[in-house]
Design a protein around this ligand. Structure first.
Ligand SMILES: [Fe+2]
Length: 222
């Protein structure tokens, strides 16, 4: 008998991007000082989120090495995913500063292809893990007759309901934008700083096989 695994879902993790983090953390606090209100999205518990950075403005900021590293990794992810004849564009990028008690509700990043997070400042303990959640309809079919007595949800991947990624300085995590995820509350007394982003994918077909030929228009910048 052989076992075949159908429809696997990838996430991609680079443990150490080797980017200088202090200037980015300093920049993050500067941006927050200028916009204390920030933006309300999935962030809760007092977490602060910046507004989106204009991607054409990012090269003028300490976020440039992060942006470049993300794009490099994203092309690798898209290749591995099996895309051909495409180009990528970062649609938006923003800063998160999560102090004690701050967390993010479960959400997806509608409208983009890849999303992710880069960790700039991570307290040594308990600062809120990134949690991916399995769509429950699969598991509910298996669990309608009971669960704990019949199998351990964490014993093997078939039964996992969620998957945790521990945050670490300089770690970059990327995933398909439709994956449900949340962030646990920061239980430490120190801030966790991260950069989040979304990436669009464009088909070269619609650049080269349309009229007028060869004119790439990024709808976000036009
Ligand atoms: Fe998210």
């Amino acid at each position: 008998m052989k076992t075949e695994l159908l429809f696997p879902t990838p996430i991609w993790v680079e443990d150490n991007c080797d980017i200088e983090l202090d200037p980015i953390a300093e920049f993050a606090y500067k941006v927050r000082d200028e916009d204390k209100e920030g933006r309300r999205s999935s962030n809760a518990g007092g977490g602060w989120q910046s507004h989106d950075f204009r991607t054409d403005w990012v090269p003028n900021t300490p976020l440039k090495p992060v942006h470049d590293r993300i794009m490099m990794m994203a092309y690798g992810c898209a290749d591995e995913f099996g895309f051909n004849d495409y180009r990528l564009s970062m649609s938006n990028m923003w800063i998160n500063i999560n102090g004690r008690g701050a967390y993010n509700h479960m959400h997806i990043h509608s409208g983009s292809m890849f999303s992710g997070v880069f960790y700039v400042k991570v307290p040594s303990c308990c600062c809120g893990e990134l949690k991916f959640l399995r769509p429950l309809e699969y598991q509910a079919m298996k669990e309608y007759w009971g669960c704990e007595e019949n199998f351990d949800r964490y014993d093997r991947d078939y039964n996992n309901l969620d998957h945790f990624i521990p945050p670490e300085n300089n770690k970059l995590v990327m995933f398909p934008s439709w994956m449900q995820h949340s962030v646990d509350a920061n239980a430490s007394d120190y801030d966790r700083i991260s950069i989040s982003f979304n990436i669009f994918i464009f088909s070269e077909h619609y650049i080269n096989e349309v009229y007028p030929k060869g004119e790439f228009v990024n709808p976000l910048l036009s």
